[in-house]
Design a protein around this ligand. Structure first.
Ligand code: RIB
Length: 301
């Protein structure tokens, strides 16, 4: 069966250290324990979409090592097709170092490894699944030329989560239907200071040319849909976050899931806010991604 949702992106093995507070530059802090989990924005979005009940395929690259095998196993267990996930003979599997503090804030450093070896030609080799997809989900933990190729070959709705933040060429943005930045990414994309208020975020988002809709994730302030000169603010679902890692990925998967099921973009944002909130209630990245039932237990915003 052709996958409705195709994710082109990164796979990382995450190591997370729990800290009382995040360190300042030049400072060392003692952690309160650590663990490892399967992660990477691409793989997280693929697993999240599959746990919500979608048929999902992933295009990516891992190293020929134990971390890569663990990531492939996690995708397989979630039901994601991994036929188009290649193995680099030279590069090690991507790695992410994460710290999470007692307030549920995190910091992440990614060493891309094999993710940087995912080339436009790898995407062309998987053109068939991209052409058949209803939604393609993209992020920026892989090369920009690979992202551009995936967007160009996609037959359906293209969603780009521009994370980590990077300025993008107009030709890439022109093929994006739905752009999902957070506040920091919105600032980088528009060359402006980070928006402080929902109104500032709406004003900045409306200056981005190319995508049909921009959805800004605002953490505790929920999310904002900006489309055709109109802005709709969706409040957050009140939760006590434990670990925000992967919450943005669950949000993006929630948007893809809802669009595949025929929801409007506003309905998709309301569902995605619940998906993101549900992903903060457990430790880890993929370990914390919610099922459809987990999300349905949270009240609608
Ligand atoms: O979005 C969360 C992810 O960012 C982590 O799983 C980590 O691997 C980094 O890619």
């Amino acid at each position: 069966m052709a996958a409705e949702i195709v994710v082109v992106g990164s796979l990382n093995l995450d190591t997370t250290v729990r800290v009382a507070r995040l360190p300042q530059p030049g400072e060392s802090v003692l952690g309160q324990g650590h663990f490892s989990d399967t992660g990477g924005k691409g793989a997280n979005q693929a697993v999240a979409a599959a746990r919500l009940g979608g048929t999902v395929a992933m295009i990516g690259k891992v190293g020929a090592d134990a971390a890569g095998a663990r990531l492939l196993q996690s995708l397989r267990e979630a039901g994601v097709s991994i036929d188009a996930v290649g193995k680099s003979a030279e590069a090690a599997t991507g790695l992410a170092l994460i710290t999470v503090d007692e307030r549920g804030e995190n910091m992440i450093v990614v060493s891309p490894g094999a993710n940087a070896a995912l080339l436009p030609s790898d995407v062309r080799d998987a053109a068939g699944i991209l052409e058949a997809a209803t939604v393609t989900l993209l992020q920026l933990e892989i090369r920009t030329d690979t992202v551009a190729e995936a967007a160009a070959l996609s037959g359906g709705t293209v969603i780009l989560n521009p994370a980590p933040a990077r300025a993008l060429e107009t030709r890439v943005l022109a093929r994006v239907d739905v752009l999902i930045p957070n506040r920091t990414e919105l600032a980088v994309l528009t060359g402006s200071p980070e928006p402080r208020t929902v109104e500032d975020a709406a004003r900045l988002a409306s200056t981005i040319e190319g995508p049909r809709a921009v959805i800004v994730t605002l953490g505790a302030d929920g999310a904002l849909l900006v489309e055709g000169g109109e802005a709709v603010h969706v409040p957050a679902v009140p939760v006590e976050p434990i670990d925000p890692t992967g919450a943005g990925d669950a949000f993006c998967a929630g948007v893809a899931d809802a669009l595949v099921r025929g929801s409007t973009r506003e309905e998709a944002v309301r569902w995605a806010v619940r998906c993101g909130a549900a992903a903060t209630l457990r430790w880890g990245a993929q370990a914390a991604l919610p099922t459809r039932e987990d999300v349905e237990r949270l009240a609608a915003p």
